[in-house]
Design a protein around this ligand. Structure first.
Ligand SMILES: [Zn+2]
Length: 288
């Protein structure tokens, strides 16, 4: 492969290969961002998201959305985390108009409504929008976030497990800024690359014959991997003042895993918690 694309956060071309896989490289920029090269086309990205929604992209996430329809449980760790993040946004935002970008089953929009927000969503995938309407009766506009016809003036925008799927994270946050009212608040939830889970894969994945491990963790529909610093830099670059970058561990109950893999991941998550390197990031910021 020839020269790589510029870093989607800092724009430089100083990245080095962390992994070389068939048809793609996983690169680490000097700024700390890890990203995939080459970037797939818009059509390919949309096709992967539709496949992921139908449970056809990854075996581990086949049933991921099943627990988060209208039969969700209040004490599920994902539900509790959403509720906590909405409360944080509520303290940052002046008003109660909320837009959720990338709705999944519509659960976050539903929980926001339960918590008193005037909430709606936007999703690239028509099937996801239809499902959110069916499960929770929530309104979801269909379209690519950068181009979708949205009224704007929101007091809060949420992006849970979305920005790592975007072809252009800078443009994504810039659009969020444009759509927020002055002082409006942003929540971005992404995997944390600075965690023992990725560290283990980055070390073990260099051993010949272990590329499958790299492909399992660097999944086909994630195009960038953030650390606390690179996520905060992206938000500042897009015109936000960062209020907090919180860390939390993934809920392994979301994934279908063999007992051996589940045990190994649980041990890595426990180790991460002990050293402040939990596997997920939750950024809260306000429009400057
Ligand atoms: Zn960079």
């Amino acid at each position: 492969m020839g020269p790589h694309r510029p870093c989607p956060v800092c724009g430089e071309r100083r990245a080095r290969a962390l992994h070389r896989r068939p048809g793609r490289r996983i690169l680490r920029c000097a700024c700390g961002l890890v990203f995939v090269d080459p970037l797939p086309s818009e059509a390919e990205v949309a096709a992967r998201e539709a496949a992921a929604f139908r449970g056809q992209l990854l075996a581990e996430t086949r049933a991921m959305f099943d627990a988060y329809g209208r039969g969700y449980r209040d004490h599920d760790p994902v539900v509790r985390a959403f509720a906590r993040h909405l409360a944080t946004l509520g303290r940052l935002a002046a008003g109660r108009r909320l837009l959720d970008v990338g709705v999944g089953t519509g659960l976050l929009v539903h929980l926001a409504r339960q918590a008193g927000w005037d909430a709606a969503g936007v999703d690239l995938c028509a099937e996801a929008a239809a499902r959110a309407a069916r499960e929770f009766g929530v309104a979801v506009a269909v379209g690519e976030f950068l181009a979708a016809d949205l009224p704007g003036g929101y007091d809060a925008i949420t992006m849970a497990d979305v920005v790592e799927h975007s072809r252009d994270p800078r443009a994504f946050l810039a659009r969020a800024r444009t759509l927020l009212a002055p002082g409006g608040a942003l929540y971005v939830g992404v995997p944390n690359h600075r965690s023992p889970v990725y560290l283990a894969a980055d070390v073990l994945g260099r051993v010949p014959g272990t590329g499958g491990l790299v492909d399992r963790l660097y999944v086909p529909n994630h195009y960038q991997y953030f650390t606390p610093d690179t996520l905060a830099a992206l938000a500042r670059e897009a015109g936000f003042t960062v209020a907090a970058v919180e860390r939390e561990n993934s809920y392994l109950g979301r994934y279908e895993l063999s007992p051996v893999v589940r045990g190994g991941l649980a041990a890595l998550l426990t180790a991460g918690r002990a050293v402040g390197m939990e596997s997920r990031l939750a950024l809260f910021a306000r429009r400057t």
